[in-house]
Design a protein around this ligand. Structure first.
Ligand code: GLA
Length: 356
């Protein structure tokens, strides 16, 4: 069983060991704050989803722990693309796009009201992107549009997104994942997707060009991926980053960090960060979680060691790492909830990686 108790993350030790949380009458606001502890190093944050934003009683806890939030799903194309509106608009011009930001509004409002930053995730991805985005009149089974039409849709999608944010939430979104997971794991080539099929192999470059053109000055643009430390993927990502850097289009690389207990080794993670940052680029630890197969005390203790080991690596590169974010708040809300991957239990009590 998971327990909560005295907080003493190895690297937080002096600060945290003084705080204790009694099982009964536990007050999550009595916990030391991750964002306060890491403030001198990087932003510390989490992904949050729409459902969590409706739990008003838990919001002060999240505002106290995190300095930056990523909407888990609500800025993905399948949330943002307004298919009905796009269908109507396409009757005039196939390159038109309609967008809606209804589902991300609660997170944006919460962040603004509490002085938190927001990381935008994600503009272009092969997944959670309606197939109809790529088809004539945004229909289910029409022909795929031409490259030219798709490029205009891409540009309009980015322009409308940036305009909406600038008008309604200026300055709130400090960084974006422009493209997610474009590189194939085993070959290191571009992953085949509707993007490569309809636009072509330069879709990543085009995506970054449009985003740089419309994003407010100072907004940081990232390429984001998983298994970043693994070859041949790492070399392919570095090559892509170099191409984007040559045009001044990218500010850094997001490393998702959905990790197992022993893989990848911390030394590999460190080597990957070192290669990215040696290019003068920033790194975001964008979606961290660590899976375990059970929640015995021993397993949780090992997981705590693993978190601590990786956090030590991130601290070593803190000059170039601008944010560390977990992919979720409470274990029970994680996409891998059966793997106990996060820092807090379902009642907001801290899990051993937090309390080590
Ligand atoms: C990837 C994506 C995230 C999320 C996770 C799974 O890492 O980047 O947006 O979908 O998968 O939850």
């Amino acid at each position: 069983m998971k327990k909560h108790g005295v907080l003493c993350l190895s690297f937080l030790l002096p600060l945290l060991c003084s705080a204790s949380a009694a099982a009964d009458g536990f007050d999550p606001l009595s916990l030391p704050s991750l964002k306060a502890f890491y403030a001198d190093y990087f932003d510390f944050g989490s992904a949050m989803n729409g459902m969590e934003l409706r739990k008003a009683d838990q919001l002060p806890f999240y505002a106290a722990q995190y300095s930056i939030l990523t909407p888990e799903n609500e800025l993905k194309p399948d949330s943002v693309l307004d298919l009905n509106g796009s269908q109507k608009a396409s009757m005039e011009d196939q390159g038109s796009v309609a967008v809606t930001f209804q589902s991300v509004k609660p997170l944006l409002e919460f962040a603004r009201a509490n002085g938190l930053k927001v990381h935008g995730h994600v503009l272009f991805w092969h997944s959670q992107t309606p197939d109809a985005f790529f088809r004539e009149s945004y229909s289910k089974d029409g022909d795929y549009v031409s490259r030219d039409v798709m490029l205009r849709r891409m540009e309009n999608y980015v322009r409308l997104t940036m305009e909406y944010m600038q008008e309604n939430y200026p300055g709130l979104i400090v960084s974006w994942d422009v493209v997610n997971e474009a590189i194939d794991d085993s070959t290191g080539k571009l992953r085949e997707s509707n993007w490569t099929k309809v636009v072509g192999d330069d879709f990543v470059l085009q995506a970054f060009r449009f985003t740089r053109k419309y994003a407010p000055e100072g907004t940081l643009l990232f390429y984001n991926d998983y298994n970043t430390p693994n070859q041949p993927k790492l070399n392919a990502i570095l090559k892509l980053l170099d191409e984007l850097t040559a045009e001044g289009l990218v500010d850094g690389c997001g490393m998702q960090c959905h990790y197992q207990m022993t893989s990848p080794k911390a030394s590999l993670v460190s080597a990957a960060i070192s290669k990215i940052t040696a290019r003068g680029l920033l790194v975001r630890i964008s979606e961290m979680d660590i899976m375990i197969d059970g929640n015995t005390d021993a397993q949780l203790a090992q997981q705590a060691e693993r978190y601590a080991e990786l956090m030590q690596v991130f601290l070593k590169y803190s000059d170039s790492i601008i944010a560390v974010q977990t992919w979720g708040t409470l274990d029970s809300r994680s996409w891998k909830s059966d793997k106990y991957p996060l820092l807090f239990n379902k009642d907001m009590t801290p899990s051993p990686p937090f309390t080590r």
